[in-house]
Design a binder for this molecule. Structure first.
Ligand SMILES: Cc1cc2nc3c(=O)[nH]c(=O)nc-3n(C[C@H](O)[C@H](O)[C@H](O)COP(=O)(O)OP(=O)(O)OC[C@H]3O[C@@H](n4cnc5c(N)ncnc54)[C@H](O)[C@@H]3O)c2cc1C
Length: 400
């Protein structure tokens, strides 16, 4: 029986994690990525404990640590204002900050050890080609020339605003979001002791939220959110300084004050929370942000994208190893297993977006009541959505 080939669109965390699980289990994989490399500007970097645990078991986390690409033991903490720490339903989260370019580069290196792996960079997928109602190939563009990539199954991991999703006319549910986020990155290698040791979310009421976290290379990541035109604010440095600095505590405030200039890396992220109703069509499956775009709230996008791949590989590997063709029933099983967690997290993100719009006094009252409820209801609220994280069956330990 001829070996089946899986074509993955997009070499982001979903695409590369799936590629590693498939190629290391003997499945032929071709990844098609429009960028020439893995350099990503601002992307999700907080990997939660349950995913870190799996990366540890596979020996991937150890490699990331050895290469200085991960910062372990990062707790996500919530504050109203500068100092009042508050608790939210769900377990205490201690994860790690991982450099996305570093992580993707490492996965590519691990995949490259297998002869059944191929990565095509600088190759954009334009559309899917269907025959008899099934996707049989992709139309691509590389160096100005159009091409065709054939395969047996196409897994679309091409992130938010996926044009392929649109071209399939997949019905999308979109949830209301209340503000966008301005991401800033500062080099603090001259003052590494000032870097935070956790990911701290400060809520100041009326939609103003400030997130600070350390990132690889002794840099500081800031995400500043408010329901105003952030693209305009980004261009008006004096105004940005006026709004940003009061939300920061010392010693970060003085460092940001000294370094904030036109040369600082800044990017506005349009916050989107949406999902396609069906994650698949004959011959094609959508995973990660392409299936369900997450808000940065709660640092979930990267984690759920990786978890999607655990479930996808659990179903796809045995079928592909047997040379079976992948039908809609199997693809639906993947969606069914992932849907409850995605729905629960997106509902939480939508509620959080509404909640932070309240004035700060109301936030204090709400969190006082939430704290009381957590003390009374204890375990029930600490369990959060209560959906256990999926366990990967095919995440092979890396060769020593
Ligand atoms: C600015 C920003 C900040 C973020 N911050 C956070 C955060 O703090 N916490 C968090 O959890 N999440 C955050 N996210 C979201 C998180 O990065 C994503 O949820 C996660 O990366 C999703 O992984 P993915 O593999 O599904 O998609 P992506 O990481 O988006 O990867 C998609 C890949 O597909 C490629 N691609 C796209 N179109 C094509 C095409 N037509 N042909 C070929 N290749 C294509 C892209 O180049 C990219 O490499 C952030 C996202 C952005 C943009």
């Amino acid at each position: 029986m001829a070996q089946k080939e899986v074509v993955i669109v997009g070499a982001g965390p979903a695409g590369m994690m799936l590629a590693y699980q498939l190629v290391s289990n003997g499945v032929k994989v071709r990844v098609v990525e429009r960028h020439p490399d893995f350099k990503r500007e601002f992307r999700g970097e907080l990997v939660q404990g349950s995913v870190v645990e799996q990366l540890e078991k596979a020996g991937i986390f150890k490699l990331l640590l050895e290469r200085g690409l991960a910062i372990p033991n990062i707790e996500r903490r919530m504050f109203v204002g500068h100092i009042r720490r508050v608790e939210v339903p769900g377990p205490r989260e201690v994860g790690a900050v991982i450099s996305q370019p570093g992580f993707l580069g490492l996965l590519h290196e691990l995949c490259s050890a297998f002869p059944n792996y191929r990565l095509d960079v600088s190759t954009a997928v334009l559309e899917a080609i269907q025959e008899n109602g099934r996707v049989v190939a992709l139309k691509t563009r590389h160096a100005g020339a159009e091409g065709r990539v054939e395969g047996d199954l196409f897994v679309v991991c091409n992130g938010r605003n996926s044009a392929l999703r649109k071209s399939f006319g997949l019905e999308t549910e979109t949830f209301e979001t209340t503000a966008d986020a301005l991401w800033l990155r500062f080099d603090l290698s001259d003052a590494p002791e000032a870097l935070p040791k956790s990911l701290d979310v400060h809520m100041f009421g009326k939609g103003v939220v400030m997130v600070t976290q350390p990132t690889s290379g002794n840099r500081l990541h800031i995400a500043y959110s408010e329901p105003d035109d952030l693209n305009k604010l980004k261009k008006d440095l004096p105004e940005l300084r006026r709004r940003l600095l009061p939300t920061l505590k010392e010693p970060l405030r003085q460092h940001v004050d000294a370094k904030l200039s036109d040369h600082i890396e800044m990017q506005v992220l349009k916050i989107i929370v949406d999902r396609v109703k069906s994650w698949h069509a004959p011959g094609i499956l959508f995973l990660g942000d392409a299936a369900h775009t997450m808000s940065p709230s709660g640092g979930q996008g990267l984690n759920v994208a990786i978890r999607d791949t655990f479930v996808a590989a659990n179903h796809l590997v045995p079928a592909l190893q047997q040379g079976a063709s992948i039908d809609n029933l199997l693809l639906q099983k993947i969606q069914d297993e992932r849907q409850p967690e995605i729905n629960a997290i997106q509902a939480g993100q939508t509620r959080a977006g509404q909640m932070v719009l309240k004035p700060i006094g109301v936030l204090h009252v709400m969190f006082t009541m939430m704290g009381m409820a957590m003390r009374v209801m204890g375990k029930k609220l600490r369990a959060g959505h209560g959906i256990p994280p999926p366990q990967p069956k095919f995440l092979k330990p890396v060769a020593a």
